[in-house]
Design a protein around this ligand. Structure first.
Ligand SMILES: Cc1cc2nc3c(=O)[nH]c(=O)nc-3n(C[C@H](O)[C@H](O)[C@H](O)COP(=O)(O)OP(=O)(O)OC[C@H]3O[C@@H](n4cnc5c(N)ncnc54)[C@H](O)[C@@H]3O)c2cc1C
Length: 421
């Protein structure tokens, strides 16, 4: 007998689970085909295991500018399912959300697994059939504009409508290996190639912007994560760091971008730059004393350039004024107090960096590549080329920051596709 459904959802990630449950709620016979042995592998690691479910900006006119040039395409979809709907949806499933720093909303339980379980229950309650370990390998078409069936695990499954929710290419170990991009291309869509998640970081510190174009050849940069007002050290790297007019770059930064992007999903990220890697604080103080001794009668501001990398003094001096206010820059170095010296050691080993995001495809590691929204009818998430195909989540080429906006896009597009498929 023909294995036939009203709707087949390909991929059981965040947007696919939402789409499937919503289609089921409309009374449709729904099948989810998921290639992993369980759905939601990426969802379970979101927000460092806490899941930043959405960005708590309830005014759609203030929320949509986060999606940059796609703002104009998203009004209709977000008016069908916006941030308040996300709060209500999870509350109804017994998983209330709470708002934390920077408008990031998390489940009250702070467990991404609970978000997954809530969605799984939603799908069960709405009668969705799920087949796991069923990678879709082929999409079959009748004529140019209609899909008839898909092959998964050697079997052919038929449906009236298909929702493609196979995700992007970040963290491929979770199952998102870009299969959807290939099919969409074959089906006649344009696909913006995914860019590697190797991007510079944006930082808000004026001292960094002032040093734009200059590089620290050998420094240690340590990244910290703050969540729920608790700051923990995350990781450090030693090497060359380039200051830019927007933040920091250079190989060390570029190669750390994915890790920093992951941290940004979890909370606030800061860093410190140590100009004297490998030296303990005593050795740094000794070096300062020796430098002061060699220039006894000179003013601090004239000797300062001896303590920092070439060309950096004017950029860093304002930080000295800010962090050691009682140290007059005109003071002769022999008069610099011990307390000021200690503070100087601290400053030069912990130059502050406030990380505000990732640059590149606007600050989001996971937002790159995909189908442009002008090839989708965003009122329904239907492909403009294939009549019975709907596309959701990370398959869409939507530039966005990290702070809950990615998953909100999944809930919104999943809801809209599920409703109209
Ligand atoms: C480390 C990390 C942390 C993140 N944290 C957050 C956060 O806190 N907040 C936030 O808003 N965003 C976060 N994101 C982004 C967010 O997770 C994604 O935007 C979201 O999961 C995308 O959902 P999706 O449904 O489009 O695809 P995915 O979640 O990638 O799901 C795609 C599914 O399709 C399946 N699949 C793929 N190919 C096939 C095939 N051929 N046949 C069958 N099934 C297939 C996959 O196995 C997978 O289950 C994070 C991303 C990462 C990598």
């Amino acid at each position: 007998m023909k294995d036939s459904y009203d709707v087949i959802v390909i991929g059981g990630g965040a947007s696919g689970m939402m789409a499937a449950g919503i289609a089921g709620q409309q009374g449709k016979r729904v099948l989810v085909l998921e290639k992993n042995k369980e759905m939601g592998a990426k969802l379970k690691i979101t927000g460092g295991g806490r899941c930043n479910v959405t960005h708590a900006e309830f005014d759609v006119r203030k929320l949509l500018p986060f999606y940059k040039e796609n703002e104009k395409f998203l009004y209709s979809a977000f008016s069908q399912f916006g941030v308040q709907d996300t709060f209500d949806f999870f509350e109804k499933l017994g998983l209330p959300l709470v708002i934390q720093a920077l408008n990031r909303a998390f489940p009250k339980t702070e467990k991404a697994l609970d978000v997954f379980k809530a969605l799984e229950k939603f799908m069960k309650d709405t009668g969705v059939t799920v087949i796991t370990k069923a990678p879709v390998t082929q999409i079959h078409r009748e004529g140019e504009e209609e899909i008839t069936s898909v092959t998964a695990g050697g079997k052919v499954y038929f449906a009236d409508s298909f929702i493609l929710a196979t995700g992007g290419v970040s963290h491929p170990e979770t199952g998102s290996t870009g299969d959807g991009f290939k099919w969409l291309k074959d089906l006649g869509h344009t696909i913006a190639d995914p860019t590697p998640s190797i991007v510079p970081i944006a930082a808000s510190n004026p001292w960094i912007h002032a040093l734009s174009g200059k590089s620290f050849d050998h420094v240690k940069i340590t990244f910290f994560l703050t969540r729920n007002n608790v700051t923990t050290k995350s990781f450090f790297k030693v090497g060359r760091v380039l200051a830019t007019h927007f933040g920091l770059s250079g190989p060390l930064i570029l190669n750390s971008a994915q890790k920093i992007g992951d941290l940004l999903h979890e909370g606030e990220v800061t860093a410190t730059i140590n100009l004297f890697p490998g030296q303990d604080l005593g050795a740094v103080e000794k070096l300062i004393l020796q430098t002061f001794d060699a220039h006894k009668n000179k003013s601090f501001k004239n000797v300062f350039s001896e303590l920092v990398p070439n060309g950096m003094a004017s950029g860093i001096l304002p930080l000295v004024e800010e962090c050691i206010p009682f140290l007059e820059l005109d003071t002769k170095v022999h008069s610099v107090t011990k307390d000021s010296r200690k503070k100087l050691v601290k400053l030069l080993t912990e130059l502050p960096v406030e990380v505000t995001g990732l640059m590149g495809l606007d600050r989001a590691v996971v937002a790159d590549g995909g189908i442009p929204l002008d090839e989708i009818d965003t009122k329904t998430m239907r492909s403009k080329k294939i009549n019975n195909l709907f596309v959701t989540g990370d398959l869409l080429h939507v530039n966005r920051p990290t702070g809950g906006q990615s998953l909100q896009l999944c809930w919104t597009t999943g809801f809209v596709a599920g409703k109209h498929a």
